[in-house]
Design a protein. Structure first.
Length: 212
């Protein structure tokens, strides 16, 4: 039967340290960069960050001090903690959303009615903005026609050009407002589609719990 030859060597080393450091309450074991094992009642400063084992006066292992984490390890640890924090926030937000759905609505029909009302509101806003755009574009066309057909002096022409630039800016502003309303309408309808699907799932779960 094979015998562990390292045990007697370790015992001799520990005994030697205990004899030399009989007044010390504990001693340490660590490995240097060359793989050499060391025993002492003090750890040199250059090895203060490596893994080291602590033994009591009887040579029994009492604890192992883990090596200091590298910058990369600390960065990864922070990233992991942040990811876990974000995940918990998502879970809490989902729970809050579920509670809100069950408190606000009693049926899918009610949710669809609310969705349609909000959709109509967006449509009304878009229609108003489209009328503004039509008026501005007509005015822009009239200015272009005047500049091409009428006999204008330089001052009048400059004035029309400035007004033309102002109209172009105003048209762009109203177009952006219209596009924003259309985007918000799409987002709202998409959110309602998800909420309706989730509401159906939640009501089924609640019914199942009541049956159980």
């Amino acid at each position: 039967m094979a015998r562990n030859s390292s045990t007697p060597i370790f015992t001799v080393l520990v005994t030697g340290v205990l004899c030399l450091q009989s007044v010390s309450a504990e001693f340490f074991q660590w490995v240097d960069e060359y793989g050499q094992v060391h025993f002492s009642d003090r750890v040199p400063p250059q090895y203060s960050q490596v893994e080291r084992k602590v033994y009591n006066q009887k040579g029994h292992l009492t604890t192992t001090i883990q090596p200091a984490k590298t910058k990369r390890e600390l960065k990864l640890e922070r990233q992991q903690l942040k990811a876990e924090e974000i995940e918990q926030e998502k879970i809490q937000a989902k729970k809050q959303r579920d509670w809100t759905l069950l408190m606000m609505f009693t049926s899918v029909k009610e949710m669809e009615s609310t969705r349609d009302e909000r959709s109509d509101l967006f449509k009304s806003r878009v229609a108003i903005l489209e009328k503004k755009l039509e008026k501005l574009r007509n005015e822009q066309s009239n200015i272009e026609a005047t500049m091409q057909s009428a006999k204008l002096d330089e001052a009048q022409l400059d004035q029309l050009k400035q007004h033309q630039v102002m109209l172009a800016d105003r048209i762009k502003e109203v177009e952006d407002q219209r596009d924003l309303q259309l985007s918000e309408k799409t987002t709202m309808e998409s959110q309602f589609a998800q909420d309706i699907e989730r509401f159906i799932e939640l009501t089924r779960q609640r019914e199942q719990e009541q049956e159980d």
